[in-house]
Design a protein around this ligand. Structure first.
Ligand code: GLA
Length: 386
């Protein structure tokens, strides 16, 4: 009897205490959101400030008609420049010329297609394009977004001199939690003050670097620079190496494939940044490749790290929920070359089954290693199972 009381007491204490790693200040909705990295589209990389409700409606339709929605892309995100001013009560005003129907009507439209709408603001006084920021309007803006039916907010770090990002983004976390609507929280402070340290108890994703641009040099510098950050990511909270440049025209096919495979290995948020209305069949096929997306979205949520390197040749791997490994072989050199994956590098047994995920090909059961000819700036992404 006494033993039973003691067990009951211990059970009660256990339910009252947060699990190890959780913090009292965690965003209560965060654990419900982003169980896997968010997927969607964002206006900035292709359209910059040229955003309007017409563009967003057309892109919403394209997410559906291209098959991206069926592949798992959910968010349609408006980046900078949708906002022009505040009214006399301090409420943020969407550009009436570019968004004449208002944000609520646009959110209703996006929701009617089974998708979600995201917006952008800034933690400082001005956005990076010099529109009104949210400093000292955190609670008010979060309420406005919730009232409009917004599902995702990206918060930038321009005009924020002298502010502490951990404190400022903490204010937003609390404001979003108070808003009464589950809103995905994307921290965008370019890695200032190591956001991976405080990001997990503040938002759902945090940018780890400066802005990506549409070139192999920029994409590879950012992507291969993520090593060491893997321990901070997991279900509900992700490192964000920035949005995709796939299909924007300045990377060739091998480079776009490297971008997609690397971001999937990194468990990165996948925000397409191209014009979905006019993309080529190759771009669409790459963005919707189900075997590659399954790596990004794997339920185990473990971000890859570098397991082998020889100058510009590197191998990255991540364990998957089904006990297998996703492995990327990358050739950043300027010429084609042979690369070998030794199964010992990833702790696999002498005999392993390999499947090429980008090209949907079984490579058979191999002994000890796998050797492949790699194009310049190319990738081979394989699933290795016993
Ligand atoms: C910053 C961000 C970008 C984009 C622009 C908009 O540079 O890092 O992702 O949002 O601002 O002005």
């Amino acid at each position: 009897m006494q033993r039973c009381t003691l067990v009951l007491l211990l059970c009660l204490i256990a339910t009252m205490c947060p699990p190890p790693g959780a913090q009292a200040s965690d965003n209560p909705s965060a654990s419900q959101l982003a169980k896997t990295p968010p997927m969607g589209w964002n206006s900035w990389n292709k359209f910059g400030c040229d955003v309007s409700e017409g563009l967003i409606r057309e892109m919403t339709e394209a997410v559906v008609s291209s098959g991206m929605q069926a592949a798992g892309y959910q968010f349609v995100n408006i980046d900078d420049c949708w906002q022009v001013d505040r009214d006399s009560q301090g409420n943020i005003i969407a550009d009436p010329a570019r968004f004449p129907s208002g944000m609520k009507a646009l959110a209703d439209y996006v929701h009617s297609k089974g998708l979600k709408l995201g917006l952008y603001t800034d933690a400082g006084t001005l956005t990076c394009a010099k529109r009104p920021g949210s400093l000292n309007h955190e609670v008010q803006d979060a309420k406005t977004y919730a009232g409009w039916g917004i599902d995702y907010v990206k918060i930038d770090w321009c005009a924020a001199e002298g502010l502490d990002p951990e404190v400022q983004y903490g204010k937003f976390r609390d404001a979003l939690a108070q808003s009464g609507r589950p809103i995905m929280f994307s921290i965008c402070n370019w890695g200032v003050k190591a956001p991976w340290r405080w990001g997990p108890h503040t938002g759902n994703l945090w940018r780890t670097t400066g802005d990506i641009s549409d070139s192999y040099a920029s994409m590879s510098l950012i992507g291969f620079g993520q090593n060491g950050l893997e321990k901070f990511a997991g279900p509900g909270h992700w490192n964000d190496p920035d949005m995709l440049e796939i299909g924007n025209g300045h990377m060739n096919r091998d480079e776009d494939r490297t971008h997609m495979a690397l971001w999937a290995l990194l468990a990165a948020p996948l925000l397409a940044g191209n014009d979905l209305r006019t993309m080529t069949p190759e771009t669409k096929e790459l963005l919707t490749n189900p075997e590659v997306l399954a790596i990004d979205q794997d339920a185990k949520g473990v971000q890859a790290h570098r397991v082998w390197q020889e100058g510009p040749l590197e191998i990255w791997a991540r364990p998957l929920a089904d006990g297998s490994h996703a492995v990327g072989l990358f050739n950043s050199s300027e010429s084609p070359i042979k690369m070998t994956l030794d199964f010992k590098t990833i702790g696999a047994g002498a005999s392993a089954k390999l499947r090429d995920l980008l090209d949907h090909k079984n490579l058979g059961t191999l002994q000890n290693s796998y050797t492949v000819e790699m194009p310049k700036h190319g990738v081979v992404l394989v699933k290795v199972s016993s």
